[in-house]
Design a protein around this ligand. Structure first.
Ligand code: M6R
Length: 365
C-alpha cells in the first residue's frame, strides 16, 4: 500500500530516513563499529587486491560514482566506476587480483549480472550491494552487502540510491580501517556523522514548500540542466536522470567546469539550471559558474549547505541542506531533486510510478 501517499515514489522518498537508519544502525556493534555481516573478505583477501571496480546501471551507477570517491579517499587507491553495458564489452583488465563491486537494487539487471559472471570467470572477487535478498546477483556473488531500504516499487529509484551510498561508504570505511589507511578516530567520526543523516534527510522532507514553488516554475520548460563539480557532479547526473525519467523534461548534467567548452551555448533566457554547490572546497568555483549562467539569463536554483548564504547573490532560488561533511552531503542533497522531479511529474499529470517506456527491472539487454 501507498501508506497515505499518492504514489510509491513519494512514499519511498519519505522512507529514506528509516532506510538509512536501518542500513547503518542495525549493523553497529556495542563498540559502535560497523559489522559487515555477510562480507567474508579477510585482511589477506584485501591485501591481494590491486584493482577495484564498481559496475552498475542507471541510478545504481550514480551511487557507484560516489562509492568510488569514498574508496579512493579512505583506501588511497584508484577505483574505476563504469556502466555495466559498456564495461562488459570493453577491455576491462579484470583479473584474479581484482575486486568487482556490483551495485543493483533489484539484483536482476541483465548487464550487471553479465559483468558479474564474466568477472567471476576471470577469477575476480565479487561483492554485490543489492536490496533484494536471494536475487540472482546476491546468489552468484562471493560477498553480499544488503541495503535495507525495504521494497522499492516505483520505477524511479530513490531510497535504494541513498542506502547504496551509505552502504558503499560503510564498506569503504571498514576496508580502510582493516587496511590501516585511515585512523580509528576518523572512522568513528564518520560513523557519528553518518548517524545524523536520517535527521538531516527528515528536515528536508519537513520543508517542501520551496521545492513545490520551484516545481511550478519549471513545469512548462522543455530543458533543464544540472551543474556540479566533483561529488556534486555525480549527484547532478542523478538529479538529471530523475527529472527526465518521471517528468519527460529533457535534462542533462554538466561538470560545471566544462560549461565554457561548449554547453554554455545552450543557456538562454529562463533555462532552469540546478546548481549543486555542497562541496566546501569547490564552493567558490560553483559560485562563479552560477554567475556565468545567470549572466546569460538562466533561472538558477542552487542547492547548498545552510551556512553558505553567500549563494543567494548568484541564485534565483536556494534550497538549503543541513551543514555536513562534504562526502556525506549527497545523501541529503539528492532529496530536494527527488522531490522536485516528483512534483513536476504530478503537476504535469503524469503517472509518477510508471513512466512511459520503462520497467522497474531491466532483465533484458
Ligand atoms: O535494479 P538496478 O539497481 O540494477 O537497476 C538499475 C537501473 O535500471 C535503475 O537504477 C534505473 O536507472 C532507475 N529507473 C533509475 O531511477
Amino acid at each position: 500500500s501507498k501508506g497515505g501517499f499518492d504514489c510509491f515514489m513519494a512514499k519511498e522518498i519519505h522512507e529514506q530516513p528509516e532506510g538509512i537508519k536501518n542500513t547503518l544502525e542495525r549493523r553497529l556493534d556495542e563498540s559502535g563499529k560497523i559489522v559487515l555481516d555477510s562480507i567474508k573478505m579477510k585482511k589477506e583477501d584485501l591485501e591481494k587486491i590491486n584493482k577495484i571496480y564498481i559496475v552498475a546501471c542507471g541510478t545504481a551507477y550514480h551511487a557507484g560514482l560516489l562509492g568510488k570517491k569514498a574508496l579512493e579517499a579512505f583506501l588511497n587507491v584508484p577505483v574505476i566506476t563504469d556502466i555495466a553495458s559498456e564495461f562488459r564489452y570493453n577491455d576491462n583488465f579484470v583479473d584474479e587480483n581484482s575486486l568487482v563491486i556490483l551495485v543493483s537494487q533489484s539484483g536482476e539487471t541483465a548487464d550487471t549480472l553479465a559483468v558479474l559472471r564474466d568477472s567471476k570467470a576471470k577469477g575476480a572477487r565479487i561483492l554485490a550491494v543489492t536490496n533484494v535478498v536471494g536475487s540472482s546477483i546476491a546468489r552468484e556473488a562471493d560477498d553480499v552487502f544488503y541495503t535495507w531500504a525495504g521494497p522499492e516499487i516505483a520505477v524511479a529509484s530513490t531510497k535504494a540510491y541513498t542506502t547504496q551510498i551509505v552502504s558503499l561508504y560503510m564498506i569503504a570505511l571498514n576496508f580502510a580501517l582493516e587496511k590501516g589507511s585511515i585512523k580509528e578516530d576518523y572512522y568513528m567520526y564518520m560513523i557519528e556523522k553518518m548517524k545524523t543523516l536520517p535527521e538531516g534527510v527528515q528536515s528536508i522532507l519537513d520543508n517542501q514548500d520551496k521545492i513545490k514553488e520551484i516545481a511550478q516554475k519549471i513545469v512548462d520548460k522543455e530543458h533543464a540542466f544540472f551543474l556540479g563539480r566533483g561529488i556534486d557532479y555525480a549527484l547532478a547526473m542523478e538529479g538529471s536522470l530523475k527529472l527526465k525519467e518521471v517528468s519527460y523534461i529533457h535534462a542533462e548534467a554538466f561538470a560545471a567546469g566544462e560549461l565554457k567548452h561548449g554547453t554554455i551555448a545552450l543557456i538562454e533566457e529562463g533555462t532552469p539550471v540546478i546548481s549543486i554547490a555542497t562541496q566546501e572546497k569547490l564552493f567558490e568555483k560553483m559560485v562563479s559558474n552560477m554567475q556565468e549562467v545567470t549572466a546569460r539569463g538562466a533561472y538558477v536554483v542552487a542547492i547548498a549547505q545552510e551556512h553558505n548564504k553567500g549563494v543567494e547573490k548568484v541564485a534565483d532560488d536556494v534550497i538549503y541542506i543541513p551543514n555536513s561533511d562534504d562526502m556525506l552531503s549527497p545523501v541529503m542533497a539528492v532529496v530536494p531533486m527527488q522531490l522536485l522531479s516528483y512534483y513536476v511529474s504530478t503537476l504535469r499529470g503524469l503517472d509518477v510510478d510508471k513512466p512511459r517506456n520503462l520497467a522497474k527491472s531491466v532483465t533484458v539487454e
